[in-house]
Design a protein around this ligand. Structure first.
Ligand code: ADP
Length: 427
């Protein structure tokens, strides 16, 4: 089996987001957790998204992880590899978008690389190289104060130049409007075959950029460019009549058995979703986070599991709390330490529920999802239907860990009925 498209994603929930977009745009898609070990049997699939945790690690580590993902994807036959970044270009002046793009370019033979984080349908557009987030320049958006990667410059040409060893050019709006040939000519004109930030303010621009990018081996972009690449691939295959682009689904059969929801996100959206789940008849249990952080992890986990065992309906176990309560815990125990301890407690609970036969699991929170998936030892998922934008149904592949249907939700994603909707779609 040879895949058409490989994606290297710099975090897990971003990986699910692009996997969802690829599948929604007609590609059968598998999401792996890390670079698969030799011997993982992939089903027949069009695209594979390798999920890394490389967004906020030192640049050398991000480069080495990304190069091993690239080598694996090329070995599966990927003619094009996209490095999937955040649509808000999360990075510091030290990287990692520039260093990883430079290293992947060198590996792919040194040609110019198209870079585009736009996704107009979700409010991310690029005009004259400047990134706008919901109509506001990046440096005036809430990303200005991001705790890890504060974005203080909306000019992505400048941002990428500061992190790249090679030149960075601009493919402006009027060139993109003229189509894929014009974009390729502009890309070829970048000095020393460097990178070029491309403008995109409408979905049709992503189609142009996807078609242009596919003529080379490598691109860097967010889920929007993934959509453009997927649509371009599907158009090509439709012309060749060798696959039915309307039938992209891998197995979508619902799982059966007990279900649970674990929430570690404290976002306003997740807290509203918890309230809606409780009102919808789901049994809810709040972890005693203060006790957990005072050395009581084992007891808090045992209590939660004993409570879950006494319920005869779907359970929701949450550490989620208000910003004031979270701040108090962080002040008392340290932000990173508190976060890690809560994530590990939820991972303990997930591990024991699955050991007890649970087969359907919804997890809320990006870091929380990472901790749970890592603990469960799941190596790869097939990507199913969309629960909410950015959140697909995931089913673990045979031989890649316990058999589970899952949804991994970044804190802010999904409407109020997200948990009820996820449970109905997981089966
Ligand atoms: P999101 O996707 O909303 O950012 P994450 O899971 O990535 O959610 O991050 C939430 C962080 O908050 C995790 O590290 C989690 O362990 C931590 N956390 C959850 N509940 C609490 C709490 N009650 N007090 C302090 N930290 C918490």
């Amino acid at each position: 089996m040879s895949i058409l498209l490989g994606v290297i994603a710099d975090d897990y929930t971003g990986a699910s987001d692009v996997a969802n977009v690829l599948r929604q745009n007609g590609l059968r898609t598998v999401q792996t957790i890390g670079v698969p070990e030799a011997g993982l049997a992939l089903p027949e699939t069009d695209a594979v998204v390798v999920s890394l945790k490389s967004r906020s690690v030192p640049a050398e580590l991000a480069v080495s992880l990304s190069l091993s993902a690239e080598a694996w994807l090329r070995a599966q036959g990927a003619g094009h590899v996209m490095f999937k970044i955040c649509s808000t270009f999360d990075s510091t002046d030290a990287g990692n978008i520039g260093p990883v793009t430079d290293a992947l370019r060198a590996r792919a033979g040194g040609g110019p690389v198209l870079v585009n984080p736009a996704f107009p349908e979700t409010g991310r557009s690029v005009f004259q190289g400047h990134l706008f987030v919901n109509g506001v320049p990046l440096h005036e958006s809430p990303l200005r104060d991001h705790p890890l990667n504060p974005m203080r410059d909306s000019n992505l040409v400048r941002v990428l130049r500061r992190q790249s060893a090679s030149p960075v050019g601009l493919i402006p709006f009027d060139v993109v409007e003229r189509g894929a040939d014009a974009v390729c000519d502009a890309l070829a004109a970048v000095p020393e075959a460097g990178s070029a930030i491309a403008d995109a303010v409408a979905a049709r621009h992503l189609d142009v950029l996807g078609e242009a990018a596919l003529r080379g081996p490598l691109s860097t972009g967010a889920s929007g460019l993934g959509a453009g690449l997927a649509r371009a691939l599907v158009r090509t295959r439709a012309r060749r009549h060798d696959t039915d682009p309307a039938a992209p689904a891998l197995a979508d059969a619902p799982g059966d058995g007990a279900a649970a929801i674990l929430a570690g996100s404290c976002s306003a959206a997740t807290r509203r979703q918890i309230d809606a789940a409780a009102a919808g008849g789901i049994a809810c249990h709040r972890l005693d986070v203060a006790r957990l952080l005072e050395g009581g992890r084992q007891a808090v986990v045992d209590d939660a599991l004993a409570w879950a065992a006494s319920q005869d309906r779907t359970v929701l176990i949450a550490s989620s709390d208000t910003p004031d309560a979270v701040r108090a815990m962080q002040q008392a125990h340290g932000g990173a330490e508190a976060g890690h301890a809560v994530e590990q407690a939820l991972a303990d609970i997930a591990e024991r529920l699955v050991a007890g036969g649970l087969r359907r699991l919804v997890v809320a929170g990006g870091e929380t999802s990472g901790a749970v998936v890592d603990r469960l030892g799941i190596r790869a998922f097939s990507v199913g239907g969309e629960i909410a934008p950015g959140v697909p149904v995931l089913r673990s592949l045979a031989g890649a860990g316990p058999a589970l249907s899952m949804a991994l939700k970044s804190g802010n994603f999904g409407g109020e009925d997200f948990f009820l909707r996820a449970l109905s779609m997981l089966g």
